[in-house]
Design a protein around this ligand. Structure first.
Ligand SMILES: C[S@@+](CC[C@H](N)C(=O)[O-])C[C@H]1O[C@@H](n2cnc3c(N)ncnc32)[C@H](O)[C@@H]1O
Length: 525
């Protein structure tokens, strides 16, 4: 093994026999998406994989890369080509590649990664960011001239080609068209022609409305029904076109899971290129403000039903981005003012301020919220660079949770004066959120449902991945059989049809949650 490779304990072929989950992949859609994301992200990574995933500077969060690794290792069925769009330096490429390597179902592996590999960072920033990679992988190669030109193509080759997944990695240098009038490079046409059925698509390079439409229209015919599509930018507000696409074609793409900004969908019903052409315009301006309003309100409603606590801020800022893009700046500012005034949005104040500085970008550059173009020269523009996560406060300010007769108290450590104090935790619409004031220095801290849940987990731990698989399988068994029992079958039969069958899948997440919250004794009853 050369110095440029890292050790993976279970090399190809065959993957890791222990890594296969016993989860029936057809029940995946029945699992609570947030629950699945958290469970996967918390699975321990093999130590060599954990180290490898940390090595490459990435614009994704560690949680997102852990999700990608685990997804490819456990939940990809091993069929078809895996395609990545927008690897940058390859943090996500490595997560996908290592996951594929360990997947025991894969008989043949092919990972195709597409990027323009240039013009993403300015030269100084690119050289600073890539310095550790150049040191590690640059021996015997002069990578600096290409980096000086703003290209990271050679560095990408040097970093990944000799890796354990390098044998099945194909690197394609091509630009997706960001405008309808832009030409499609030959390298992209050749790459698309060479593809077999796609088993999994990871999208992190659609930095415009049109590129998203182009990619999905071009690849939809090759996407296997039942395959998984990971949109890394789904949660990032500037890329409002990603949720706009997913929501427009929600009958075809079903949400399976999410971690931070990355959302995973299952391609569940055939979608024709013509339908994309017809229903998703070339430019967002072809849709009016009301259409975006309805679309993001639907997204918001679904997220609340799922208990996705970041849904309100995510979809509100995406609505702001869409309005700003359309030139509806007054309306965009009004929404941001409402965010600033809403107590539940306070943990997201810096994100809201960032969105106010520049909420979106077009292929021509950042969009500002000022009415007069150019009046924001001193402000930091929106960048195609995703933040990766919607940060929401400091978890370490909550030291503990105490369950009391009247509800719950949080035990907090004040960031200002280090005072430890207990305070009653209010709930808003059933969700644990509220502001607490330090009795010593008066500094206040806002606790949102995620921070509360994290602290509570020390007492009532979130089920592990294996427990979740077991609970889901148990719930599936219950939902598939209860209505057939003699005593129930009569009750459930209407005009000769047992209607319980139709509710099988729908009931699985409900029963899973009930089982998860039941104690051992209750589950046996
Ligand atoms: C957010 S970065 C990807 C981050 C990466 N997945 C990681 O792990 O750090 C976006 C990437 O998309 C690429 N990109 C942006 N627009 C593109 C286009 N129109 N065609 C091809 N690549 C594009 C950029 O060059 C950049 O490498």
């Amino acid at each position: 093994m050369s110095e440029n490779t890292f050790t993976v304990r279970h090399p190809v072929p065959g993957g890791d026999p222990e890594i296969a989950s016993e989860l029936d992949l057809t029940t995946l859609t029945a699992i609570d998406p947030a629950f699945l994301g958290r469970a996967l992200m918390r699975l321990p990574l093999p130590p060599d994989v954990a180290e490898s995933l940390r090595e490459i500077p990435s614009e994704t969060t560690p949680g997102e890369r852990a999700l990608m690794f685990q997804w490819l290792a456990r939940l990809w069925d091993g069929e078809g080509d895996v395609v990545e769009v927008g690897p940058f330096l390859g943090g996500t490429t490595r997560a996908l590649g290592l996951g594929m390597l360990l997947n025991p179902h894969a008989s043949k592996r092919r990972l195709l990664t597409i990027d323009r590999f240039e013009g993403y960072y300015n030269t100084a920033e690119l050289k600073r960011t890539t310095e550790p990679l150049v040191r590690r992988y640059g021996a015997g190669r002069d990578l600096l001239p290409s980096l000086d030109r703003g290209s990271f193509h050679e560095l990408f080759h040097a970093t990944h080609a000799a890796s354990d997944y390098g044998s099945f990695l194909e690197i394609v240098k091509a630009s997706l068209p960001d405008r309808p009038e832009a030409s499609v490079p030959d390298s992209l046409v050749r790459a698309m022609d060479s593809l077999g059925p796609i088993g999994l698509l990871m999208v992190d390079g659609c930095k415009s409305w049109y590129a998203t439409k182009f990619l999905m229209r071009a690849f939809i015919g090759k996407l296997r029904l039942g395959s998984h599509v990971l949109f890394q930018d789904y949660g990032w507000y500037t890329c409002f076109w990603i949720p706009a696409f997913c929501e427009t074609f929600r009958d075809h793409f079903e949400l399976l899971s999410f971690v931070d900004g990355t959302f995973v969908f299952r391609y569940r019903a055939p979608l024709a290129e013509e339908k994309i052409e017809r229903e998703f315009p070339d430019r967002p301006e072809s849709w009016g403000k009301a259409q975006f309003e309805n679309l993001f309100e639907r997204c918001l409603e679904q997220s609340l039903r799922m208990g996705d606590t970041l849904g309100p801020v995510r979809y509100t800022l995406q609505m702001v981005a869409a309005f700003a893009y359309l030139g509806e700046k007054r309306e965009a500012r009004r929404l941001l003012d409402a965010c600033d005034a809403h107590p539940a949005m306070r943990p997201h104040a810096s994100l809201i301020a960032q969105c106010r500085r520049s909420p979106a970008y077009t292929p021509d550059g950042p969009v500002s919220l000022e009415e007069v173009a150019g009046s924001t020269s001193d402000q930091e523009p929106a960048s195609p660079v995703s933040s990766g996560t919607l940060a929401c406060g400091k978890a370490d300010s909550v030291v503990d949770v105490r369950i009391t007769a009247k509800g719950a108290e949080v035990v907090l450590r004040c960031k200002g004066c280090d005072q430890k104090y207990a305070s009653h935790q209010p709930t808003v619409a059933g969700m644990a959120m509220g502001r607490h004031r330090c009795p010593k220095c008066g500094a206040s801290v806002f606790i949102n449902p995620d921070l509360f849940a994290d602290a509570l987990e020390r007492h009532v731990p979130c089920p592990s991945f294996d427990e979740m698989v077991e609970l889901t399988n148990e719930a599936s068994r219950i939902t598939e059989t209860w209505y057939r029992a003699e005593s129930m079958a009569d009750l459930m039969t209407y005009r000769g049809v047992n209607v319980g069958r139709a509710a099988e899948r729908f009931l699985v997440p409900i029963v899973t949650r009930a089982l998860a919250s039941a104690d051992g004794e209750g589950r046996e009853e």
